[in-house]
Design a protein around this ligand. Structure first.
Ligand SMILES: Nc1ncnc2c1ncn2[C@@H]1O[C@H](COP(=O)(O)OP(=O)(O)OP(=O)(O)O)[C@@H](O)[C@H]1O
Length: 894
C-alpha cells in the first residue's frame, strides 16, 4: 500500500495523493484531496481518476447518499413539468408526456424550433429567422437539417444572451451529451423566460429581478435554483473576490440575484458548497486555459496555423486537474463536475474553432489582397501579434514564391525568346547560305561570262583588224571662206574621193577607202564613238595605240585633245580616259585597277618628259619594256590618276611643256610628237592574276613637206626629224603588213617607243587628218596614200565584212585559183629542177663510158679507175631511181 501524502491546497483543504495514481510531482502538487462532511457525517467519498493509457478516463467512485440524489431528481422533474407545461401553453402542443423525462424534453427541444417560437412570442423579433421543420430524405439532407437545427439553437441562445437571461450550451441539447442533468439548464432557461414573460406582462413596472420573479406567485419557490443559478442574494462564496480579480469579467449582470462569473459566462450559485467547489475548478481551469492560450500563441509563432497550436497543447495539466478535482468527490457531485468540465472543454473547443476560423478568414483576406495588389499588405489589422508575425512570415514566403514564380515565368519567356531567336537565326543563316550560294554561282557565272565576253569582244576587235584607219576632214576655218576644197565625195563605207581641179578627166580624181571617214561636220563625240570599243581592250590587258597623223594645221590636236575643256569639245584623250575610269569603276568588284599616266614628247629625235618642269634638260632612254615593269620609258615621270579631272590636270601640264613653234601653215604648230601613255594594272580579285595594258595617245607632229613649210634653220631641222620619224613609222607599218621577219622599229625614236603598240597583240587606230583646202592638195594626197598603205591589208579584212555575197564568192574563187596556180608553179619548178638533174646525169654517164674505153697504163691506175667506175655506177643507179619517183625531195637529199 502506498503511503498517502497529505498537504494543504490553496483553499486550506487537505490534499491527499495516493501514490497508486502514479502522479508526477507536479501532478501531486495539483492533486486535491478533500474530505467532505455534508452534515450527514456518514459520507466519506473517495474517488480516483487515472489514465489507463488508452486516453479514456475511468471514474472509480463510491456512490452514496441516495436520498440527496432522489430529492434532486424530484426537483428537476418538477421543474421539467413546469417548463414543459408553460412551453406548450405558449407555442402549442409538443407531443410531450405530462411528466417528460430529460431525454424526451431534450429531443423535443433539440431542433430549437419551439424555443425560437417561444422567445419570439415573449419578445417578438428576438430570433429574426427560424428554420422550420422538414423531413430529411437523404443523409446529406439529414446533415443539413442538423445544421439548421443548430442554427435555431444558436440563434435562440444569442437572443437569450441579448436579453441577458440565463443561458445554456448548445451541446446541452445534443443527443450524445454525457452530462446527466444538462437538460436542467435548458429547463432553467425556459423558466427564466417564463419569469421574464410574466415580468413583461406585469408592465415592467418593478425592476427586473429574475430570482424574485422565478418564485411562484403564491410565495412558493416554483423555480428552485439549479446548480448554476443563484438562489440567494446574500450567500456569496468566500472566494468570489479572488475569482473576480483573476478572471476580470467582461460584463456583469445587473440583476442582484445573479453574478456573471467570468469570461466563460458561468452563473454560479454562491451558497451551494458544490458551487463553491466548482468555482475553485473554474478558477484553475481558467488559469490553465489562459496558460495554454499563451503557450499556443507562442508556439504558433514558430509554426504555422492552428494545427500547430493544437500540437503544442499538452493535455497533461488538464488531466491532472480532472484527477485532482474528481478525487475525493462525492458520487452525486461527479456528474456535475464532469458536466462542467466537458462544458469547459466544449467552450474552449468552440472558442478555438472560432479563433482559428477568424485567423483563416483573415489569412484568406490577406492572400486575396496580395493576389489583387501583387504585394501583400504589411499592415495586418488586428491586435493579435502572433497573427501579425504569421502574416509577416507568410509575406516573406509569399514574396519568395512570387519571385520564384516571376523568375520561372521570366526564364520560360526568355527560353521561348531564345528558341524563337534560334529558329529565326537558323532561318536567316539558311537564307544567307542560299543567298551566298546563289551569289557565288552568279559570281562564277559572271566571271565566266566576263571572260567569254572579253574573248569574244577582242575576237571581234581582231576581226575588225588590228590597225584601223579613220579619216577626218577639217572644216574651213574662219578666214578661209570661199576657198576651193579637194574633197569631192565622202561615202558611207569609208570611201573618200579627192579631186584635183588642175587636172581633167580620169586623173582629176582619186578615191581612197578607210575604215571610216568623218566629214567636216562630225562632232567630237561621233569621232570618239568608234574609238570607244578599243578602250575596253586596254582594261583587258591589251596595248592600244591611238595616234593622229596629218599635216600641220589639219586638226590633229583638235581631235586628240579638243580646242577647249568644254564637255562637247573634249577630245579623244579625255574621253578615252573618262571611259577607262568608268569601266574600271564598273568592274571594281572583280578587278582592282591602278592607273598611272606618263607624258613625253619626241623632239628632234630626243625623248623628253613633259610632266616635269626640267623636262627639257632631261633626256630619257627608251628600253625594252620587258625589263622595267612593262615600261619602255621607265625614267619618265609616272603620275597616278584616279579620276578624269586628274588626267586633265596632267594633260594641261604636259601641253604647257610641249615644244611648239610657228610655221607658215600654223601659228602655233606642234613641232614634236607628244605621247600620253596610260598604264593600267588590273588585279583579278578572285584569281589574283594581273593584267597589264597600256594606251598610247599620240599627237604626231605635222607631216608637211619641208619645202611647203618654208622652214629654214631650226625649223628645217625639226621638219627633217619629223619627216624622218614619220617615214620610219611608214616603214614599220609596211613591214608589219608584209609580215616581214624584221620590223625596223629602231629606225626612229617614235617607232621604238610605239613598238609594243604597233605589233603583237596591240590594237592600233590612226586618225588621218586632212585639210580640205585646195592649197593642201599635195599634202592631202601624200597623207592619204600613207594612210592607205597603213590600212591596205587591214582594210581588206575590214572591207570583206562590208562586202556583198557575190563579191565575196568571187574573191574566194580568185583566192583558190591563186592557191592552185601557186601549187602549179611549185610543181613546174620541181620538174625543171629534175630535168636539169637528168641532163647532168646523162652527161655523167657519157663521161663514164669514155673513161671505160681508154687503155690501162698500170695496175695501180686500173684499180683507181675501177673504183671511180663503181662510184659512177652507183650514182647512175641512184639518179635513175630518183627519176622514177618524182615526189621525192631531191634538193634536200642532194
Ligand atoms: N574639226 C575641226 N573643227 C573645227 N575646227 C578645227 C577642226 N580641226 C581643226 N580645227 C582648227 O584648225 C586649227 C588647227 O588645228 P590643230 O592645231 O589641231 O592642227 P594640228 O594638226 O594639231 O597642227 P600642228 O601639227 O601644227 O600642231 C585650229 O585652230 C583648230 O581649232
Amino acid at each position: 500500500m502506498a503511503p498517502e501524502i497529505a498537504s494543504k491546497n490553496v483553499f486550506g483543504s487537505n490534499i491527499f495523493c495516493n501514490s497508486q495514481t502514479e502522479l508526477s510531482p507536479e501532478e501531486r502538487t495539483l492533486s486535491i484531496g478533500k474530505a467532505h462532511d455534508h452534515g450527514s457525517g456518514n459520507v466519506q467519498r473517495s474517488s480516483r481518476i487515472f489514465d489507463n493509457g488508452s486516453g479514456c478516463l475511468k471514474v472509480d467512485s463510491v456512490v452514496s447518499d441516495m436520498n440527496l440524489a432522489s430529492r434532486k431528481a424530484e426537483e428537476a422533474a418538477n421543474r421539467r413539468i413546469q417548463a414543459s407545461c408553460w412551453l406548450q401553453q405558449m407555442v402549442g402542443p409538443l407531443e410531450l408526456p405530462l411528466e417528460p423525462s430529460e431525454e424526451e424534453l431534450r429531443v423535443c427541444l433539440q431542433n430549437g424550433l419551439s424555443l425560437c417560437r417561444l422567445i419570439n412570442k415573449v419578445h417578438p423579433g428576438a430570433v429574426p429567422k427560424i428554420v422550420e421543420n422538414f423531413v430529411p430524405s437523404s443523409p446529406m439532407e439529414g446533415a443539413l437539417s442538423a445544421f439548421q437545427y443548430f442554427e435555431n439553437v444558436r440563434n435562440f441562445l444569442v437572443a437569450i444572451e441579448d436579453l441577458k437571461l440565463p443561458s445554456f450550451e448548445a451541446s446541452d441539447l445534443e443527443q450524445s451529451s454525457l452530462l446527466t442533468g444538462s437538460v436542467a439548464k435548458v429547463v432553467d432557461c425556459v423558466l427564466a423566460i417564463k419569469a421574464f414573460h410574466e415580468w413583461k406582462q406585469n408592465g415592467e413596472s418593478a425592476p427586473w429581478k429574475l430570482g424574485v420573479l422565478l418564485r411562484s406567485p403564491g410565495g412558493a419557490n416554483m423555480c428552485s435554483p439549479g446548480p448554476f443559478m443563484n438562489g440567494s442574494n446574500n450567500n456569496k462564496p468566500a472566494n468570489t473576490a479572488a475569482l473576480k480579480s483573476v478572471n476580470q469579467p467582461r460584463k456583469r449582470w445587473a440583476h442582484s440575484e445573479f453574478e456573471y462569473s467570468g469570461e466563460y459566462g458561468i452563473h454560479l450559485p454562491e451558497a451551494d458548497p458544490v458551487s463553491v467547489w466548482i468555482r475553485e475548478i473554474s478558477f484553475k481551469v481558467s488559469n490553465i486555459f489562459q496558460m495554454q492560450n499563451t503557450s499556443n500563441e507562442r508556439h504558433a509563432l514558430d509554426s504555422h496555423g492552428a494545427k500547430n497550436g493544437q500540437k503544442c497543447t499538452s493535455p497533461q495539466p488538464l488531466l491532472n486537474l480532472v484527477r485532482t478535482v474528481l478525487d475525493n468527490k462525492k458520487p452525486e457531485e461527479i456528474p456535475k463536475v464532469v458536466e462542467f468540465m466537458l462544458r469547459k472543454v466544449m467552450e474552449e473547443f468552440e472558442r478555438r474553432t472560432v479563433l482559428q476560423g477568424e485567423q483563416v478568414k483573415e489569412l484568406e483576406n490577406i492572400l486575396e489582397n496580395v493576389h489583387k495588389q501583387d504585394e501583400p499588405s504589411l499592415k495586418v489589422q488586428g491586435p493579435n501579434k502572433c497573427l501579425s508575425l504569421k502574416h509577416e512570415g507568410l509575406k516573406v514566403l509569399f514574396d519568395q514564391l512570387q519571385q520564384v514564380k516571376r523568375l520561372k515565368a521570366a526564364s520560360e519567356s526568355t527560353k521561348q525568346d531564345v528558341l524563337k531567336l534560334q529558329v529565326h537565326w537558323k532561318e536567316q543563316m539558311e537564307k544567307l547560305e542560299r543567298h551566298f550560294q546563289k551569289l557565288a554561282a552568279s559570281a562564277a557565272g559572271y566571271q565566266k561570262v566576263l571572260e567569254e565576253n572579253r574573248q569574244l569582244y577582242n575576237q571581234v576587235q581582231d576581226l575588225k583588224g588590228n590597225i584601223r584607219v579613220y579619216c577626218r576632214i577639217r572644216p574651213f576655218l574662219n578666214g578661209e571662206a570661199g576657198r576651193k576644197g579637194t574633197v569631192d565625195y565622202i561615202g558611207e563605207n569609208g570611201q573618200i574621193m579627192i579631186v584635183n581641179p588642175k587636172k581633167q578627166g580620169k586623173d582629176a580624181t582619186r578615191s581612197f577607202i578607210f575604215n571610216k571617214v568623218f566629214g567636216t561636220s562630225a562632232s567630237q563625240e561621233e569621232v570618239f564613238l568608234d574609238t570607244q570599243p578599243l578602250i575596253r581592250s586596254v582594261l583587258d590587258g591589251y596595248n592600244v595605240c591611238i595616234f593622229a597623223y596629218g599635216q600641220t594645221g589639219s586638226g590633229k590636236t583638235y581631235t586628240m585633245s579638243g580646242p577647249n575643256s568644254s564637255s562637247e569639245n573634249l577630245g579623244v584623250n579625255y574621253r578615252a580616259l573618262n571611259d577607262l575610269f568608268q569601266i574600271s569603276q564598273a568592274r571594281r568588284d572583280v578587278f582592282k585597277y591602278h592607273i598611272g599616266v606618263q607624258m613625253i614628247e619626241i623632239y628632234n629625235e630626243q625623248v623628253r618628259d613633259l610632266l616635269t618642269t626640267d623636262g627639257a634638260n632631261k633626256k630619257l632612254e627608251i628600253r625594252n619594256n620587258s625589263q622595267q615593269n612593262g615600261l619602255n620609258v621607265p625614267d619618265a615621270t609616272m603620275l597616278s590618276v584616279n579620276h578624269t579631272p586628274d588626267v586633265l590636270e596632267v594633260m594641261k601640264m604636259g601641253y604647257k611643256n610641249r615644244t611648239v613653234g610657228s610655221t607658215a601653215l600654223n601659228e602655233r604648230s606642234s613641232r614634236s610628237h607628244s605621247i600620253l601613255t596610260v598604264h593600267v594594272k588590273g588585279t583579278d580579285m578572285s584569281s589574283g592574276s594581273i593584267l597589264r595594258g597600256c594606251l598610247h595617245l599620240v599627237d604626231l607632229a605635222g607631216s608637211e613637206r619641208v619645202d611647203k613649210s618654208e622652214a629654214t634653220g631650226e625649223r628645217l631641222k625639226e621638219a627633217q626629224h619629223i619627216n624622218k620619224s614619220l617615214s620610219a613609222l611608214g616603214d614599220v607599218i609596211s613591214a608589219l603588213i608584209q609580215k616581214s621577219p624584221h620590223i625596223p622599229y629602231r629606225n626612229s625614236k617614235l617607232t621604238q617607243l610605239l613598238q609594243d603598240a604597233l605589233g603583237g597583240q596591240a590594237k592600233t587606230l590612226m586618225f588621218v587628218h586632212i585639210n580640205p583646202d585646195l592649197e593642201s592638195y599635195g599634202e592631202t594626197m601624200s597623207t592619204l596614200k600613207f594612210a592607205e598603205r597603213v590600212a591596205s591589208v587591214e582594210l581588206g579584212a575590214a572591207r570583206s565584212n562590208k562586202e556583198c555575197g557575190e563579191v565575196r564568192d568571187l574573191k574566194e574563187q580568185i583566192t583558190s585559183l591563186k592557191d592552185a596556180l601557186a601549187k602549179k608553179d611549185t610543181e613546174i619548178d620541181r620538174l625543171s629542177k629534175l630535168k636539169s638533174m637528168k641532163a647532168s646525169s646523162q652527161q655523167l654517164s657519157c663521161n663514164t663510158e669514155k673513161l671505160k674505153t681508154k687503155p690501162q697504163r698500170n695496175s695501180g691506175e686500173e684499180q683507181e679507175r675501177s673504183n671511180e667506175t663503181n662510184l659512177l655506177d652507183e650514182a647512175d643507179i641512184f639518179l635513175n631511181r630518183r627519176m622514177d619517183c618524182p615526189n621525192y625531195e631531191l634538193t634536200e637529199d642532194l
